[in-house]
Write a protein that binds this ligand. Sequence first.
Ligand code: DUC
Ligand code: ZN
Ligand code: ZN
Length: 472
Amino acid sequence: MKTLIKNGTVVNATGRGLADVLIDGEKIAAVLAPGSNLLGFDVAGNVDRVIDAGGKYVIPGGIDAHTHMEMPFGGTEASDTFETGTRAAAWGGTTSIVDFVVQYAGEDVLERYAAWQQKAAGQCAIDYGFHQILSDVQDSSLTAMDELIDEGVSSFKLFMAYKGVFLSDDGQIVKAMQRAAMNGSMIMMHAENGSVIDLLVQQAVAAGNTSPLYHGLTRPWQAEEEATHRAIMLANLTGAPLYIVHVSAKQAVHQIAEARDNGQNVFGETCPQYLYLSLEDNLGAPGFEGAKWVCSTPLRAKAEGHQHHMWQSLRTNDIQMVSTDHCPFCMKGQKDMGLTDFSKIPNGIGSVEHRMDLLYQGVVDGKISLERWVEVCSTTPARMFGMYGQKGVIQPGADGDVVIYDPNGHTSIGLDKTHHMNMDYSAWEGYEIDGHVDTVISRGKVVVDDNAYLGAKGDGRFIKRGLSQYLI
Ligand code: DUC
Ligand code: ZN
Ligand code: ZN
């Protein structure tokens, strides 16, 4: 199958220009001057399909490098399966995800990895890779790290919070970091001081402060800043590269920026919820409503300026990329486990479908440039996690993962409007986007077009990733 996308404005992280894009089979074959007749060869007359993208942007497919499909967590399981979550991602212009293999204390890392490969096999609508979560860092976990790199899993997530579930102590963290420094892999960190948070939670509940707002109030920015600083120091000690996930506090951004200024390989990710939602407006909503937005790190107080700072940091590259931390739970039967105690509300928000749109609205609102949109949503995730060249760019030889985005279109987000995630509410109800995902092509196959889903379960393939392309 040969497809020619004609007359569009191709936008890469490096710039934009009018060009035609030829996809041959699963790969981009050529990026041509508009209407090219190559040495007298009529390109448009020799393809199976021509898509007119006049007046629209042609961008590399989105890469969401932080999702948790069907993750067992908080006494339940994230409500999107690999099937439903990746289909929703495709609807929103995301053509690759990197999800997390979960290892709890005492479990064998490679056995868990095999189990996750089995869960995802034949289920996904788009391409998918894996990071590996390490909780206790056993000696066998260290050798597993080396083996997983050969399998295409080159990043390992550790937690400084969730004692008794995921938390690794500082010694365990250093052990994993020492190995990463040796084998070139990336350490990803959930940076919150778990012991402090556990104490504050206990005190709040004992005092009868049980509403969802207290989820935010018991996970203060100081707990995030302190853990971020500690993680950076441990990475400095060991020489490991460090990627801080879901950064929400401006003080944590300062720690990351300072480490980068000092020449350390430290990177920061934020999520749409920290760019748009807040402690006051969302977690503090009346009654139990705030449960919809219980996630960790928590939404921060708008009055403290975190949100504004996060957009600014994204523009100036103090924060390098945007993922969703997609971890959806339904209100009925899941979030309501914490009706009388916020600490029992499963932590997570679903956004995999809306990341591209929400960040595009930042372009419309003058917060980031068009090229930066592509960079933070596709190109940097590809580079950060060893996929660039295959993913994250429109150029010959890359996978035919292409989104045609209409800046004159409109998207209304809401449960009865645009919503394909397996959730009984939308965390983004009422958001209006001045743009629209028109066509989504995944490895040469049109999977979404003109508000119709044309893909199938199992279209997606495992991405064998290399080492981060930001490291030397
Ligand atoms: N935070 C969440 O909100 N959900 C999944 C795990 C995490 O760290
Ligand atoms: Zn986390
Ligand atoms: Zn996460």
